[in-house]
Design a protein around this ligand. Sequence first.
Ligand code: NDP
Length: 337
Amino acid sequence: MTSVNRQIRLAQRPVGRPDENTWKITTESIPEPSEGQFAVRVDYASVDPAMRGWINDVRSYVPPVGIGEVMRAHCVGRVHSSNNTDYPVGQIVSGPFGITEYAVSDGTDVQVVDEALAPARTWLGGLGFPGMTAYFGLLDVGRMKPGDTVLVSGAAGAVGSLVGQIAKLHGCRVIGIAGGRDKCGWLTDELGFDVAIDYKFESVGRALHNAAPDGIDVYFDNVGGQILNSALAVLRTGARVVLCGAISGYNATDPQPGPSRYLSLLVNRASMSGFIVTDYLDRFPEGMAAMSEWIRRGLVITREQVETGGVNAFGSTLNMLFDGANTGKLVLQMHEE
Ligand code: NDP
């Protein structure tokens, strides 16, 4: 067995898209847990658009990752050695272990993974933060009601694919926006979306007018930019816009303009609310119970795209998100086998 532990550290803050100068790989020995701690062999790391924000030196909902620090990431892995009886050797856990092959933890923000509910990597997707983001963002922030017309962008991604399926389960008409014919086909043919708009191929504004001639009740926004503007143009009276993310601008080097059609919120007495999934931590048991039941019954399909290559592949894997090269939840396998 190897005694080497490699990790990704932030080398410098990128301007625009992260590149090979953004990251450095460091090597240490496998950490030994102190009293009350345990060491985890990290199997899968969640690769998230939010990572781009975490490496900016700006005030946000979490402090920025510091230069030289191990890159923050939510992961699943197996307890490798332990001085904590709550986390015995062999236990599968999820937690904020970072982009590292091995990590130590005292159990803070760690969850025990029950593989009877779903495979470990699904705990980074449908049973992880993306699942909770979709569940609470749609039902609580978006106040979705049966019969609503729900529009979601980034629809073939981790959060968006779940948002659309949860809305369908509740009797909504669902329109998804995604990039590419394969993604759109997956949404309509396998996930049950009513309509999928390929924003790389067709005019979103025109397609929305055709797909929702009477307008939309909920827009779950994962991407911002021009797609947000097009969605604002088709709001119904009392519509709710859920501001979940705005990936189209995450690598922008200039300030991004606000949506010129924002007066649609006024005209339609509509609202636009931002949220952070961790606001709902105390209600995660409710979200987990619902998601795991829907997944178990096959009512919600969760898909993880597993990239290999461990720490060597982290930088290129992160950039896949900005290129739309993932379908479902993007995860990085941290060890070769
Ligand atoms: P995804 O799995 O959806 O991956 C990102 C996707 O964004 C890509 O696959 C790509 O799909 C799409 N995309 C990239 N660039 C653009 C662009 N310029 N215009 C339109 N679409 C683009 O990621 P997640 O599901 O993990 O996250 C989705 C969003 O939710 C992100 O904005 C993220 O920051 C946010 N988020 C917010 C949380 C919160 O608490 N508020 C929690 C978790 C996520 P395509 O091929 O369709 O272009």
